[in-house]
Design a protein around this ligand. Structure first.
Ligand code: NAD
Length: 255
């Protein structure tokens, strides 16, 4: 197990799915974890689970689309702990549809959460990381940020943007002690995917089809993504920056 002993970590969207699994894994690896989510109930449940296991977590209400919220959260963390070692921009939303089926409103909303949300929160924390010449930023992209996916026009557009933002930030700041990477998972069995499945006329058939996009024939488990995140955040990954780290069950290998 890679150690994150005494690291201060903030994970957005950690009240559910992959974020919740990451929060548990990071706490298990010794980190103090801030769970920042728009969903107070889910976030507090994750905090309670981690704390009852004798580990350290704290909930912070946050809407990543709101710049003032992001600044406020950064102020609170930096005032109380004087640093943030690892920022995980995981909060994200999806939608199903081709270009003609996607409304302008859907497009703007996905952009606001998936892209602008990362921009807002990273901007709030980066100056303090630069002052210390130390920081790890991990953005949640997707396999849909590396290859196109049918009926996911808005989602893929935003996730390709996350990969681009990650690489640009790595170029700008790696020489200043800041590592910036993103994770590109295939389909992970979470409430997010269950919500997408519910939009299909035959959800069970859609589940089988979605499972076989992975060469392994199944969806990933959130804990598998969390394991990759712990590694990427640890000092053992000191030479990894600017990477779009695939954990996709072989999806991107081709057909
Ligand atoms: P999820 O729906 O289970 O969890 C997403 C969390 O983000 C929720 O707790 C939600 O409340 C929070 N959130 C949404 N909007 C927010 C906002 N404006 N501010 C703060 N928090 C907000 O989803 P998940 O499957 O765990 O997905 C997490 C991330 O992983 C997303 O970025 C998603 O695009 C990405 N991803 C998921 C899959 C998958 O198959 N599940 C695959 C690739 C990438």
């Amino acid at each position: 197990m890679f150690s994150l002993n005494n690291k201060i970590v903030l994970i957005t969207g950690a009240g559910s799915g992959i974020g919740a699994a990451m929060a548990e894994s990071f706490a298990q690896a010794g980190a103090r974890v801030f769970i920042a989510d728009i969903n107070k109930t889910g976030g507090q449940e994750v905090v309670a689970k981690i704390n009852s296991a004798g580990r350290q977590a704290e909930f912070m209400g946050l809407d990543v689309t709101n710049e003032e919220d992001c600044n406020q959260v950064a102020r609170q963390v930096l005032d109380s702990h004087s640093r943030l070692d690892v920022l995980i921009n995981n909060a994200g939303i999806g939608s199903v549809g081709t270009l003609l089926q996607t409304t302008g409103q859907d497009m703007d909303h996905l952009y606001a959460v998936n892209v602008r949300g990362i921009f807002n929160l990273t901007k709030a924390f980066l100056p303090a990381m630069l002052d210390r010449k130390y920081g790890v930023i991990l953005n949640m992209a997707s396999i849909g940020g590396v290859v196109g996916i049918r009926d996911r026009l808005a989602y893929c557009t935003t996730k390709f943007a996350v990969v681009g933002m990650t690489k640009s930030m790595a170029l700008d700041h790696s020489h200043q002690g800041i590592r910036v990477n993103c994770i590109c998972p295939g389909r992970v069995e979470t409430p997010f995917v269950k919500a997408r499945l519910a939009e299909y006329p035959d959800p069970e058939k859609a589940y089988r089809e979605m499972s076989t996009t992975q060469l392994t024939g199944r969806m990933l488990r959130p804990e598998e993504v969390a394991g990759a995140a712990v590694y990427l955040a640890s000092d053992e990954a000191a030479s990894i920056t600017g990477a779009a780290f695939l954990i996709d069950g072989g999806w991107s290998a081709g057909k």
